[in-house]
Design a protein around this ligand. Structure first.
Ligand code: APR
Ligand code: PHB
Length: 397
């Protein structure tokens, strides 16, 4: 088989890239290790930057999101046990955000892929990349894999590694070419889903007992998190213990409003930051979690994946029109936005969590950061514009 771009991975990055290239008339094939049901079964975050909303609209994927998603003009921060600081995203940045689960986004992406005839090979095993030398002039890229009981080979002009952190693409780049940046946080997030009405607005909480977050999936499905030690397991947390802890951490006015109920999903996730540079090597281009991981605090994971593939698709479209410069600069362009989001996610994680080894100085400095955010419109504007997502192509004139 021959194609222009072989895309490894059919998560948000790979599927969105496939739809962008298909829309532009650029031949591509998506190769996914798991079944579509397996991919759809993953529980992920639920906040879309407005840039992501607009990109999904442009691909014909926005109808259900617009009908069932919840547009929020602000988010809240609970602190000092009782205070609630409202960050008016729309008023401060000019753009809102959309609460709509990643599982729903992925469902809509797969539905659109079927509608337009995007080729996604599911349950492809033994995926291997070939013909990559690090030099676009000498590369002869190809992908081999086993699917439908037989060995298959796709020769292509480029490979897009959208196969997540544990994929095969990033590790194909030689260690001597890569610089990896990593930070692990000394705690995890225990998250539950409950078939209960959510709070009217997302609420992040800094409490002396630890971080908490009140979010949503739909008017009758809430998503809540509490910071927990990395040594905890889900079995340590009964529903009663979870609700008692959450209602202790959130401000009293929120605790009076939260509707508790049985959890229908409960899981613990570690928090870490990771970036690999560069995000390209010869005709191999990394996008999404294959290149970077952010702590969920800033809800940037899905949004960064979509932004990466917008840059990459624009670069492939430019090359099809004879301009190689965007593709040559893809990594530089993408990493600028990636590092903005990685730093923002780190800052928000440092602002809102209790660190086991936090010194009194660290604690007091964190409190002052919250005071400054509460008292400065400039600080709130800075948080708002980063939360809703910086422009893809900033107007620096
Ligand atoms: N061959 C083919 N597919 C693979 C391989 C492989 N060797 N390894 C992994 N995959 C697939 C995975 O099964 C997964 O479906 O690649 C896909 C990668 O998807 P994600 O991990 O979701 O990464 P990405 O598309 O970049 O989206 C990032 O998804 O995981 C969340 O928190 C993350 O919100 C972020 C977003
Ligand atoms: C979620 O709804 O899962 C969610 C929302 C906001 C975040 C992280 C996760 O910052």
């Amino acid at each position: 088989m021959q194609t222009e771009v072989a895309i490894i991975g059919a998560g948000p990055a790979g599927t969105t890239l496939g739809l962008m290239l298909h829309q532009a008339g650029i031949d591509c094939v998506v190769i996914e290790r798991q079944s579509s049901d397996y991919v759809l079964g993953r529980i992920r975050a639920g906040v879309l930057e407005w840039t992501t909303v607009e990109i999904l609209d442009s691909l014909g994927v926005g109808e259900r999101m617009r009908a069932e998603g919840h547009v929020h003009s602000g988010v809240s921060i609970g602190w000092r046990g009782r205070e609630i600081l409202s960050i008016e995203l729309q008023a401060l940045s000019g753009r809102p955000m959309m609460a709509y689960g990643q599982t729903e986004v992925q469902t809509d992406l797969y539905r659109r892929a079927d509608e337009v005839g995007l080729t996604i090979v599911f349950e492809a095993t033994d995926v291997e990349l070939h013909g990559l030398t690090g030099d676009v002039a000498t590369d002869s890229p190809a992908v081999t894999f086993t699917a439908d009981g037989g060995q298959q080979r796709i020769d292509c002009a480029a490979i897009a590694g959208c196969d997540g952190y544990h994929g095969v693409s990033r590790i194909t780049i030689p260690d001597e070419v890569k610089t990896e940046y990593e930070k692990a946080y000394p705690f995890g997030w225990l998250g539950i889903l409950s078939e209960t009405p959510p709070l009217p607005q997302l609420m992040y909480v800094n409490n002396e007992r630890g971080f908490a977050l009140c979010s949503e999936r739909n008017p009758m499905l809430s998503r809540y998190y509490v910071q927990c030690p990395l040594t905890d397991s889900v079995d340590d947390w009964s529903d009663d213990r979870f609700w008692t802890e959450l209602l202790t951490r959130v401000p009293a006015s929120a605790a009076e409003t939260i509707v508790t109920g049985p959890s229908i999903e409960k899981s613990i996730a570690p928090l870490r930051s990771y970036v690999v540079e560069p995000m390209q090597w010869g005709n191999l281009y990394l996008a999404g979690d294959a290149a970077h991981i952010v702590p969920p605090t800033g809800a940037k994971g899905l949004n960064l994946a979509v932004a990466d593939v917008r840059y990459l698709a624009d670069a492939f479209i430019a090359r099809a029109e004879g301009d190689q410069t965007k593709l040559a600069r893809y990594s530089t362009t993408a990493l600028s936005r990636v590092w903005n989001a990685v730093r923002f996610s780190w800052w928000l994680t440092m602002l809102l969590h209790r660190f086991p080894d936090q010194s009194p100085f660290d604690q007091r400095a964190q409190e002052q950061d919250l005071y400054y955010l509460a008292s400065s419109r400039a600080a709130q504007e800075s948080m708002a514009e980063q939360y809703v997502g910086l422009p893809l192509y900033p107007d620096l004139t």
